[in-house]
Design a protein around this ligand. Structure first.
Ligand SMILES: Cc1cc2nc3c(=O)[nH]c(=O)nc-3n(C[C@H](O)[C@H](O)[C@H](O)COP(=O)(O)OP(=O)(O)OC[C@H]3O[C@@H](n4cnc5c(N)ncnc54)[C@H](O)[C@@H]3O)c2cc1C
Length: 409
């Protein structure tokens, strides 16, 4: 028990302060402009790349932090700076994780560096899984990948939607169906290299929040990629499909399911940490405002009706962070998520961000409702956390199924 601590160590504190400096000095002053422009903030990504904050090395270091807190700490500080710009900086990581999780060492070495580019020529990457008719229901995916024996290439056809950095990415990671009989077990991931003919950007979405982050459809029209763009390689895929067919035949399905679940449980706390960052930013702003704004001859925080809201906001933010840190620590320590603790952290933190940013708008009164004050943007931005990487309803389904062991619908 003597070893138990929630303190960050010296190294973590100095990394956190360094990210905080970038968030405060570079991201915050630019946040309103890029939100209005609704464009990818390339100059900010470039600045992040110059100091090493946008690089494979940096995220790998945080990912392998033995306490598990490197990634949540990084996400919280960046999203405290600004959610839209932060997603433009960390969106590539989603695609990189897709390759790190499924790719061979050679594939990782070839493609992940191309996702980031370098400080003089920064690039971004996209992870394309969602489709117009396959959002929460990943099993409804239709994009097909067919192996062309004659050329040794895979041929991809379909339409992806909601892809962060879709169409502007150097490297796209695309999930597609290789065996429609097997449901989600018949899916595989592919690299689409830069400049591949047949891949194009469809509609770019005009969004409610995180508007500095580019979100678009990606159309795949007879996209041909070399055989070695199948992540993990064909032998491994064939073995996996044979096992899935055998399981389908014998009715045993648990192992594959558990592996996929464990991956989600480990990645969801990172989204929870983003939500904590936005919530904290709005809370801090509202606290200072409430101390300064006077009505009826005294600061509005003198009213319990305002002060108690701030007390609740802070309590919920701290509770959300603790859930995120617990799940991140569990992932790193290899603890089994017997109660879907990763989903719990994402559910609670994302709902907290929505609630806290709405309260911040209320505390700022009319000012909170204008674009002159940042809480208006934070409130819009916070709505994404209960939607992407699994909606709140899907998190509740996962938690309920895990707790009950029943296939609750
Ligand atoms: C800004 C943004 C960025 C994104 N980035 C990416 C990305 O980079 N790559 C990618 O692949 N995807 C991305 N997504 C897609 C995102 O993951 C999906 O939007 C999300 O999974 C929900 O799918 P959907 O939008 O189709 O909603 P639907 O699945 O249609 O859900 C609609 C509503 O029904 C509810 N619902 C659905 N099924 C159930 C159920 N069984 N029980 C109870 N309620 C249910 C949902 O909770 C939701 O409230 C992004 C989305 C957005 C908005």
């Amino acid at each position: 028990m003597g070893d138990f601590t929630l303190d960050l160590n010296d190294d973590q504190r100095s990394v956190r302060d360094w990210i905080h400096g970038f968030a405060a000095d570079v991201m915050r002053p630019a946040a309103a402009e890029w939100d209005e422009r609704e464009e990818t903030p390339w100059p900010i990504i470039q600045e992040a790349a110059k100091i090493g904050l946008y690089s494979l090395d940096f995220y790998a270091q945080q990912f392998f932090d033995p306490t598990g807190l490197g990634i949540p700490m990084t996400m919280e500080e960046l999203f405290w700076g600004d959610a839209g710009i932060a997603l433009s900086i960390v969106g590539t990581g989603l695609a990189a994780v897709g390759v790190l999780a499924n790719g061979t060492e050679e594939q990782i070495g070839t493609w992940v560096p191309q996702m980031y580019g370098d400080a003089d020529d920064v690039k971004v990457a996209a992870f394309c899984s969602s489709e117009p008719d396959a959002g929460s229901d990943v099993g409804a995916m239709r994009t097909r990948a067919v192996f062309d024996e004659a050329t040794g290439e895979w041929v991809l056809n379909g339409t992806k939607t909601w892809a962060t950095n879709g169409g502007i990415a150097n490297v796209h990671v695309v999930v597609a169906v290789v065996d429609p009989e097997l449901g989600t077990r018949g899916h595989a991931s592919f690299i689409v290299p830069p400049g591949t003919p047949g891949l194009s950007q469809g509609q770019k979405f005009k969004k409610h929040g995180i508007r500095a982050s580019h979100t678009a459809e990606v159309v795949l029209d007879n996209v041909r990629v070399p055989g070695d763009c199948l992540l993990g390689g064909k032998d491994k895929l064939d073995e996996r499909l044979a096992r899935a067919r055998e399981r389908a035949r014998t009715g045993s399905s648990e192992r594959g399911k558990n592996a996929a679940m464990a991956t989600f449980e480990a990645s969801r706390p990172a989204v929870g940490a983003m939500a904590v960052g936005t919530a904290r930013a709005a809370y801090e702003y509202a606290l200072e405002y409430a101390k300064e704004r006077e009505q009826f001859g005294r600061p509005i925080i003198d009213n319990q009706g305002v002060a108690f809201q701030l007390a609740d906001m802070r309590t919920q933010i701290d509770a959300a962070r603790l859930l995120v840190w617990r799940a991140s620590w569990m992932a790193t320590a290899g603890k089994p998520f017997t109660s879907a603790e990763g989903s719990m952290s994402k559910l609670f933190a994302s709902e907290t961000a929505k609630k806290v940013t709405a309260q911040a708008v209320q505390i700022l009164g009319g000012n909170g409702f204008t674009r002159e004050y940042p809480v208006e943007r934070m409130h819009r931005d916070s709505a994404i956390y209960t939607i992407f990487e699994g909606t709140s309803e899907i998190q509740r389904l996962v938690i309920a199924r895990t707790l009950s062991g029943l296939p609750i619908r």
